[in-house]
Design a binder for this molecule. Structure first.
Ligand code: 6PG
Length: 482
């Protein structure tokens, strides 16, 4: 029987799992047990990385026996049924007090269900969002664990040892109980979708209106990466645009099929936000933009439809580039503001004590949306923990206010020129809706009352009202009406 030598185990040795296991093994004080459904992957990892000192196991029993108590295992398998199968197997061989961590991109409601089921056995279950892709898993991801405070006691030091570090602080915090970690990871991904789409819309404008080539746009993005837009996604965009296709000699971006894929976390964000009643319009448009791109038959059928557009000729290219930069920054602020609104609503709905400023902090390094900008979000919540919308914080209100003329020029110019900017445009519309003194929602209430007697409230009197629309059109209060 294997001696219990390992303080942490990893189940699932595909790229993310192996990299996370290697990351764990590289940190002082960690000994890592590894297990994979087929032993072949385990054997390969041991062979390729003898320096890691892995403890290889070939059965769940052996895996459990190799772990010190409380046993702690991180599952890195594909979200879905595979995760349930591994959890079932581990609960057979683990004991009360042990900890099972799901490090995959699980849907947070699945995590809530799994946590309750596993807790009934006395074993702790922690759903942990892990962001940063393969490279992050190896060198330091941003980690968003949920689960119990008891599990966090044991898990905290281990996760702190492998997380990315931003300004001396590890990018991991106990987000909240049960599904809170996976919920916040889901919102991270939703924001990631919006951020990527915004950058793509900016690129499209620079190319089609500014007449710039990918390599030139790469230089512009590299320049933007030194200012307030500084972020991983801007940085890698410059790299992608610089890349030349080895076969054709063309910019690689021109030979990549323009149909964006999606594994589903963006759609989950929007579905959850719809349930919570939170307008995450920027994220939704980004998800839909990918869906539209991936409808080749419809796109082909619609290709010849009239454009009805006007020429957008740019006389001052530098000024145009700056307009696009400002529109991108303002839209980005809206996307983050909406994402944090969803976090607030989720926390309220599921009774999670989520510290918004802490979330912004752990997104500063390691994850895909990492950016300097997140420091401003942390500061905004530190100044006013009850902030009702991020966009109303002085720093962001000023930034958006300063960008407005440029933002309006870009959105209106794109509409006239027939260039799609769904995320730029919807973010501007959201902003105008949010700041409006009065919205046409009053008319919608009138319509609802007309056809369905859904009632309405008045601006000048307390109570609920219904109008007898087809009669003498007099108002009666709802309580009288029913
Ligand atoms: C991360 C990423 C990662 C993955 C997403 C995006 O935080 O490391 O978000 O989780 O790349 O699932 O995938 P899709 O774009 O395919 O939906």
């Amino acid at each position: 029987m294997t001696q219990p030598q390992a303080n942490i185990g990893v189940v699932g040795l595909a790229v993310m799992g192996s990299n996370l296991a290697r990351n764990l093994a590289s940190r002082e004080g960690n000994t890592v047990a590894i297990f994979n459904r087929s032993y072949e992957k385990t054997a390969t990892l041991i062979e390729q990385h003898p320096e890691a000192g892995f403890i290889a196991t070939s059965t769940y029993e052996e895996f459990a026996a190799s772990l010190q108590k409380p046993r702690t295992a991180i599952i890195m398998v594909q979200a879905g049924r595979g995760t349930d199968a591994v959890i079932d197997a581990l609960t057979q061989v683990f004991e009360p007090g042990d900890i099972i961590v799901d490090g995959g991109n699980a849907l947070f409601t699945d995590t809530i269900r799994r946590e309750a089921a596993v807790r009934s056995t006395g074993i702790n279950f922690v759903g942990a969002g892990i962001s940063g892709g393969e490279e992050g898993a190896l060198n330091g991801p941003s980690i968003m664990p949920g689960g119990s405070a008891e599990a966090w006691q044991t898990l905290g030091p281990i996760l702190r040892s492998i997380a990315a570090v931003a300004e001396g602080e590890p990018c991991v915090t106990h987000v909240g109980t049960d599904g809170a970690g996976h919920f916040v990871k889901m919102i991270h991904n939703g924001i990631e979708y919006a951020d990527m789409q915004l950058i793509a819309e900016g690129y499209d404008l620079l190319r089609r209106v500014g007449g710039l080539e990918p390599a030139e746009i790469a230089e512009i993005f590299a320049e933007w990466n030194t200012g307030e837009l500084e972020s991983y996604l801007i940085e890698i965009t410059a790299e992608v645009l610089r890349q030349v296709d080895a076969t054709t000699g063309k910019p690689l971006v021109d030979v990549i099929l323009d149909q964006a894929g999606a594994k589903g976390t963006g759609a989950w964000t929007v579905q959850s936000a719809l349930d919570l009643g939170v307008p995450v319009s920027g994220i939704a448009e980004a998800v839909f933009a990918r869906s539209l791109s991936s409808k080749p038959a419809q796109r082909l059928a619609a290709r010849g439809l009239p454009a009805g557009s006007e020429e957008w000729s740019v006389t001052d290219r530098a000024a145009f580039v700056e307009d696009v930069r400002r529109a991108l920054y303002a839209s980005k602020i809206i996307a983050y503001s909406q994402g944090f609104d969803a976090i607030v609503a989720g926390a309220e709905q599921y009774s999670w004590d989520i510290k918004k400023g802490e979330i912004a902090k752990i997104w500063r390094a390691g994850c895909i949306i990492r950016a300097q900008f997140l420091n401003r979000i942390t500061e905004a919540y530190a100044e006013d923990p009850e902030l009702v919308a991020l966009v109303t914080a002085p720093y962001f209100a000023d930034a958006v206010g300063g960008a407005l003329p440029a933002w309006r020029r870009v959105v209106s110019g794109a509409a006239l020129a027939g260039i799609p900017t769904p995320t730029f445009a919807s973010s501007l519309s959201y902003y105008d809706g949010l700041r409006a003194d009065r919205l046409p929602a009053a008319l919608v209430q009138g319509q609802r009352d007309f056809f369905g007697a859904h009632t309405y409230k008045r601006v000048d009197q307390e109570g609920t009202f219904h109008t007898l629309w087809s009669g003498d059109r007099s108002e009666i209060s709802a309580t009288d009406a029913h």
